[in-house]
Write a protein that binds this ligand. Structure first.
Ligand code: SF4
Length: 413
């Protein structure tokens, strides 16, 4: 068995753990933000409804700011207040409501999981973190822990980005915080710390602390309710005695949780020495030609052609202007020709490359892709018959475009 980590990286003193819980929960009771899913989880007597509400909020909050999520959450719960209602929705409706929130597969998986609960689990949500993770598609360890602790009172910890930051600072963990060894330790720690009488509040308090006080760049340590338990804070206050063996880094040089010897504590960074991450891979660069095809609709208003993306992959099932991924470093003339060929397939008639008018380039950053849309436009006269054998397509007015399941990138275009 691997050797246990040095004591300085653990919470091994029960009295300290108790004090930390007390201080953190008292702060949370005083300072927590009013959020609609919290209000519902605190007042809803039906456990399945509580579980559903927390589940929706947690899926929306993955990779998305709280301020953005609130409006989406409220609209979602108004439209589908129960699992059963969501199970009856179509993917198109889900995508329309999700439009602009990003990471579209989240909405799709939420709906698939709701259908599964209704059809295979008699409409009842699993009640433990283990069952939630095992039985619900799209529910990982974090989301399962959040639902089980907040909705069903299971004393189980959670580890998300905010918790990682807080715990790494509390215990001076400076090894790569995305490595499996560190992540395992943090889960152990979260499970030791969680308060068994108020597990949901404790987990939310720890996340809230990371979101509002122990923030990435300029943490408000002076206002922090757990600063007396924070080793990073202590180290910042007292500094490191010069020319003394590095006892702060466990003194052994090969501690799996300390900063690597090549990147020791930097006193100019203070507590933000923690956490540390391995350098991210730069996003992949992609170029896509896209064409805004316009015609005059039957009431004289302009209409635009949108087509549906494949059912799997990036932006699955969303609608977009006809688009074509391009090889890097193509000449503009060649890009135009390729786009014209692509459009010809849609319209079943020749499209002259020179009739495509270059408009601009639009950049959109997906999490792992740096996408450049090369935008062209073309005005069509007369009737156009689209090839029904290709993906679904339709003509929409500008208002209809904005109400459709289109991505933020296409709205920019
Ligand atoms: Fe974070 Fe500072 Fe509080 Fe430590 S004292 S937990 S670094 S806010």
């Amino acid at each position: 068995a691997p050797a246990p980590p040095p004591a300085r990286h653990l919470f091994s003193d029960p009295a300290e753990v108790e004090a930390l819980r007390r201080n953190l929960l008292a702060w949370y009771d005083r300072c927590k933000r009013d959020l609609p899913w919290r209000a519902l989880a605190a007042t809803e007597p039906d456990a399945d409804r509580r579980g559903y509400a927390v589940w929706v909020s947690e899926i929306m909050l993955q990779q998305t700011q709280v301020a953005t999520v609130i409006d989406y959450y409220n609209r979602w719960m108004q439209k589908w207040p129960t699992l059963q209602a969501l199970a009856q929705a179509s993917l198109e409706e889900v995508n329309e409501l999700w439009a602009g929130l990003g990471y579209y597969s989240r909405g799709k998986r939420l709906q698939e999981a709701a259908r599964k609960v209704v059809s295979e689990l008699a409409g009842q949500m699993p009640r433990t973190a283990e069952d939630l993770q095992e039985l619900l598609p799209g529910v990982g360890r974090y989301t399962a822990g959040a639902i089980a602790s907040i909705s069903y009172g299971q004393a189980t910890g959670v580890v998300d980005g905010n918790v990682i930051r807080v715990l790494c600072r509390l215990r001076c963990i400076g090894a790569d915080s995305s490595s499996p060894a560190v992540i395992d330790r943090l889960w152990d720690m979260a499970n030791v710390l969680v308060d068994s009488s108020r597990p949901g509040d404790f987990n939310q308090a720890l996340m809230e602390l990371g979101a509002t006080v122990c923030v990435p760049k300029a943490p408000l340590c002076g206002e922090c309710p757990v600063k007396q338990h924070c080793q990073a804070w202590r180290r910042k206050l007292f500094g490191k005695p010069p020319s003394v063996p590095d006892v702060e880094d466990c003194g052994v040089g090969d501690c799996p949780l300390c900063p690597p010897a090549t990147e020791p504590w930097d006193s100019s960074l203070g507590v933000t020495n923690f956490p540390r991450k391995a350098a991210k891979k730069p996003p992949r660069a992609m170029r896509t030609a896209t064409c805004v095809l316009e015609r005059r609709g039957c009431h004289g208003a302009p209409e635009y052609l949108i087509v549906q993306r494949p059912r799997s992959g990036l932006l699955a099932g969303l609608w977009e202007f006809p688009s074509l991924p391009l090889a890097q470093n193509l000449q503009e003339e060649k890009e135009r020709e390729e786009l014209a060929d692509h459009l010809q397939a849609w319209m079943g008639r020749p499209v002259a490359a020179k009739s495509l008018k270059f408009v601009t380039e639009v950049i959109h950053i997906f999490s792992h892709i740096h996408q450049t849309y090369v935008v062209y436009s073309m005005h069509l006269d007369g009737d156009v018959t689209l090839d029904p054998a290709l993906s679904p397509s339709r003509w929409v007015t500008e208002d209809e475009f904005h109400a459709s399941a289109v991505s933020t990138a296409m709205k920019k275009v």
